[in-house]
Design a protein around this ligand. Structure first.
Ligand code: ZN
Ligand code: ZN
Length: 382
C-alpha cells in the first residue's frame, strides 16, 4: 500500500463537524457540509433518499469490484461538558459518540483515494450514514438502495479504551447484539388494607427482577459474556391502593446468537411461571433488534494483516455497546475495526458529556479506511 499522508486540514474539518452535532435523521447541516467538502475534491455526492447522509463513488482507473466504506454522522441529545475550544454550538446536542472522528477519517480517505485513482482497481463507495444512534440508519441506507452492487463494506468505531495509533480488527465479535425487553404484569388490584380481595403485581415484579438475574449466572455458559439489565420499573400511583398493573423494561447484550435464543426462552419461562405463582398473568415483548458486530471470518483477518504496515494492531476487547453496522452483515461481508481515540488513564466513555476524542486519532482512521478499501478490492477480485 502506498503511504497515506492524510490531509493536514482534517483537524479543522473535524473541529467544525464536532461543533455542529445533529441527531438521527436531522443531520441536514452535516450532510450539506460533507457534500460541499467532497464536491470541492471533484467527487459527486448524492444525498440518500431518507433526506440526510450521502454516498459518493471514487472510481479507479482500472476495472474491479465495488466496495464501500462507511462512517456514521449523527450526534446525541447530550449537553457537552468537555470544555473544548471546538465544543458543540448546538444546545443539548453533542458528538458524544465520536462520529465526528469517523467523518473526518472517512473524508480523509475519500480525499486520498480521489487523488490516487490509479491505486484503485474497481470502485470505492463512500457512505456517510445517518442515524446510527437510532438503530435505524444502516437499515435505511440498505432499503434506500444505496448499496446495490456493493460486494463488501468496512466501518470503524472510535474506542477511547485504546490510544490513538492502535487499531483492533479481526474475526472475533466486537460489539454486542442487543435485545430490548418489556414485561407487563396484569393483576386485579384492590384496597391496600384488603389484599385478600384481589391480586397485586408488585411482589411478582420484585421476584421477577431477582429471578431474571439467575439466567446469566445459571443458564448461560460462563465462557460467553452476556448482560441482562433491568433499567425501568413502573407500578402503582398511591400509597393505599394495590395496583392492577406493573411492569419493567430493560436490555440484554450478547455476542453469540445462540445465547440470545437461550436467554429469550428462559426469560419467558421465568416471567410466566413467576406470574403464575403469584396468581397473575404477564405479557413479554422481546425485541432482538440488533445482532452482534463481527467481521467476515476471511476478510477481517485479511484487513488485520495489513494494519502493522500503518498502525499498531491491538487485540479486540469487545464492547457491550451495540452498533447498527450489524445490519450490513445481513446483505454482504463486512469488516469492522476499533480505532483508538484516547487511552488516557481517566478517560470518559462513549456517550459521556465529557468524552474526548483526540485529534491524533484522525490519521489512523484515514489510513485504516484506505487500507481496508484497497484490501477488500484485492480480496474480492481474487
Ligand atoms: Zn453511540
Ligand atoms: Zn457510535
Amino acid at each position: 500500500m502506498a503511504d497515506v499522508e492524510p490531509d493536514g486540514g482534517l483537524t479543522d474539518v473535524r473541529h467544525l463537524l464536532h461543533g455542529h452535532p445533529e441527531t438521527g435523521f436531522t443531520e441536514t447541516w452535516t450532510t450539506a457540509t460533507l457534500s460541499r467538502l467532497l464536491s470541492e475534491r471533484g467527487l459527486e455526492p448524492e444525498t440518500l433518499p431518507s433526506g440526510t447522509g450521502l454516498v459518493a463513488d471514487v472510481v479507479g482507473t482500472r476495472p474491479g469490484p465495488l466496495v464501500a466504506l462507511r462512517s456514521d454522522i449523527d450526534g446525541l441529545p447530550v449537553t457537552e461538558e468537555t470544555g473544548l475550544e471546538f465544543a458543540s454550538q448546538n444546545p443539548g446536542r453533542m458528538h458524544a459518540c465520536g462520529h465526528d472522528l469517523h467523518m473526518a477519517g472517512l473524508l480523509g480517505a475519500a480525499f486520498w483515494l480521489a487523488a490516487h485513482r490509479d491505486a484503485i482497481a474497481g470502485t470505492v463507495r463512500i457512505v456517510f450514514q445517518p442515524a446510527e444512534e437510532t438503530g435505524k440508519g444502516a437499515r435505511s441506507v440498505i432499503d434506500g438502495g444505496a448499496l446495490e452492487g456493493v460486494e463488501a463494506i468496512a466501518g470503524i468505531h472510535n474506542n477511547p479504551d485504546y490510544a490513538p495509533g492502535e487499531i483492533a480488527v479481526g474475526p472475533e465479535p466486537m460489539m454486542a447484539g442487543c435485545v430490548k425487553f418489556r414485561v407487563d404484569l396484569h393483576a386485579q388490584g384492590t384496597h391496600a388494607g384488603y389484599p385478600q380481595s384481589g391480586t397485586g403485581p408488585l411482589e411478582a415484579l420484585a421476584s421477577v427482577i431477582l429471578a431474571l438475574q439467575t439466567i446469566v449466572s445459571r443458564n448461560v455458559t460462563p465462557f460467553h459474556p452476556v448482560v441482562l439489565s433491568v433499567t425501568e420499573v413502573h407500578g402503582g400511583s398511591v400509597w393505599n391502593v394495590i395496583p392492577a398493573e406493573a411492569g419493567l423494561l430493560g436490555t440484554v447484550r450478547y455476542f453469540h446468537k445462540e445465547d440470545s435464543e437461550l436467554v429469550g426462552r428462559r426469560f419467558r419461562e421465568v416471567v410466566h411461571s413467576t406470574a403464575a405463582a403469584y396468581g397473575i398473568t404477564a405479557d413479554v415483548v422481546w425485541d432482538d433488534f440488533q445482532d452482534p458486530v463481527v467481521s467476515d471470518p476471511e476478510l477481517g483477518p485479511a484487513v488485520a494483516a495489513d494494519v502493522p504496515g500503518y498502525a499498531r494492531l491491538a487485540p479486540i476487547r469487545p464492547s457491550m455497546a451495540g452498533e447498527d453496522f450489524c445490519e450490513y452483515s445481513t446483505v454482504m461481508p463486512t469488516v469492522f475495526a476499533f480505532v483508538g481515540s484516547n487511552g488516557g488513564p481517566r478517560h470518559h466513555d462513549l456517550h459521556s458529556p465529557r468524552m474526548i476524542v483526540l485529534d491524533e486519532a484522525i490519521a489512523p482512521a484515514t489510513r485504516f479506511y484506505v487500507a481496508a478499501a484497497l484490501r477488500l478490492l484485492k480480496e474480492l477480485a481474487a
